[in-house]
Design a protein around this ligand. Sequence first.
Ligand code: CAA
Length: 291
Amino acid sequence: MDIQKIGVIGAGQMGNGIAHVMAQAGYDVLMTDISQQALDAALASVHKNMARQVSRGKMTEADMDAALKRIVTTLDLPDLGATDLVIEAATERETIKQAIFDDLQPHLQPHTILTSNTSSISITRLASRTDRPERFMGFHFMNPVPVMQLVELIRGIATDAETFASCKAVVDKLGKTSASAEDFPAFIVNRILMPMINEAVYTLYEGVGNVLSIDQSLKLGANHPMGPLELADFIGLDTCLAIMNVLHDGLADTKYRPCPLLTKYVEAGWLGRKTQRGFYDYRGDVPVPTR
Ligand code: CAA
């Protein structure tokens, strides 16, 4: 199927990154959120991130201007009915995603492919509650979207071959690489990454190391670009905890039990960079470890 117009639901960190790369690749993008403030902030982020690419010679100014013009915003979810592919990147809560699909469904064209950027929720379950389980799948980007090369493509049990091929063609056009994952809890990347982050929090909880020594160990000892606690702050500690809970519930194995210290940080509202405090305190000029 020839995809030209892409709807993006949610203008947060992931949504605006998705709008960015889609517009850059030549797609027309219609982005929606529940507040004008969120949409304005998203457009400002895309502009800032594209300007950074221009300053590093990775994009021309003319290409940036053309890409920015391809992103249109709306507060009316039904407007996305006119698109060929919808990528839902709203809050990682199943009830919210469900309500969005319920509201959007009556307005969709028959051919439109519905996808979710969920990092862990069952694609098959989300799909089963729509009118198009065969044209529904997981389209999972990594953060920061403009930089990370991978997109996980997750087939639900009913996803048809044409839908998968159409989504794969979009990933190819973005110049990114797709990994095909089966629909089991947290798919591939988070199935492996989150237990590592959770284990880093246990290492902190048990006093084996402190925030700095744990992060330095993985950065310098395993060549990771960010330490696991720094990365947890970057992803959001609430998201990390939610994914650990999906693994724990979905696979029913105690090896996935979330570390009580991770739960404690989330209870405190110390969710990482987005709240300016997590395993590091970001309120000053340089991040300061909180333990
Ligand atoms: N938009 C555009 N460009 C960006 C960008 C953004 N949002 N963020 C960074 N960049 C670019 C920079 O301009 C820079 O470009 P050049 O190479 O041309 O100089 C490049 O990316 C590197 O950035 P910085 O020099 O600012 O910083 P860095 O070298 O420390 O790299 C990083 C930053 C790319 C984020 C790196 O630290 C990294 O790779 N970290 C790990 C990220 C990761 O693991 N992400 C996956 C998280 S898991 C996930 O997303 C799945 C989930 O469901 C939770």
